[in-house]
Design a protein around this ligand. Structure first.
Ligand SMILES: Cc1cc2nc3c(=O)[nH]c(=O)nc-3n(C[C@H](O)[C@H](O)[C@H](O)COP(=O)(O)O)c2cc1C
Length: 146
């Protein structure tokens, strides 16, 4: 069974909720999905052994959170080339983080990315359940066709 790792960083929990819904969507497609906080991904070995990676951070002061920046430097060493990838995050008004993460995964890690990052405005989290699950399904589809 194909396996996906969903790693998030959050301050008030919204990006964690998105991570869990994306993981549900991945599971709907028949793949396994593990959800982890960036604080649980400290060494290269924590990132090894997955077919897809979905990384997410909320946006604060126009940036991704520090924990995700540190995790991306770790991921750079993990050789994720060709693996399926996506990115996500909760935001208030500008939401830069998911796009920055997505571009890093595409340009530096050279991953096989889905169509674009998934951004969810904080106030609409309740109504965004379907959107998050669908994003997970998009990742899952890459796994079942690769
Ligand atoms: C001090 C502060 C700065 C913020 N800066 C931004 C920002 O630059 N752009 C944006 O889109 N949202 C910004 N937000 C809104 C958060 O991204 C939003 O509340 C998000 O849902 C938080 O997600 P989390 O629960 O995963 O931490 C900011 C919020 C706070 C409290």
């Amino acid at each position: 069974m194909a396996k996906a790792l969903v790693v998030y960083t959050t301050r008030t929990g919204e990006t964690k909720s998105i991570a869990e819904l994306i993981a549900e969507g991945i599971r709907f497609t028949g793949s396994e999905a593990t959800v982890a906080n960036v604080t649980e991904t400290k060494k290269e070995a924590d990132l090894e052994g997955y077919d897809a990676y979905v990384f997410g951070s909320a946006t604060y002061h126009g940036e991704m959170m520090q924990g995700m920046k540190t995790m991306l430097f770790l991921a750079e060493k993990a050789n994720l080339e060709g693996r399926a990838g996506g990115s996500f995050g909760a935001f208030g008004w500008s939401g830069e983080a998911p796009g920055r993460i997505f571009d890093t995964m595409a340009n530096i890690f050279k991953m096989d990315m889905v169509g674009g990052p998934m951004r969810l405005k904080s106030a609409s989290l309740g109504g965004g359940t379907q959107m998050c699950q669908d994003y997970g399904k998009e990742i899952g589809k890459k796994l079942s066709t690769s």
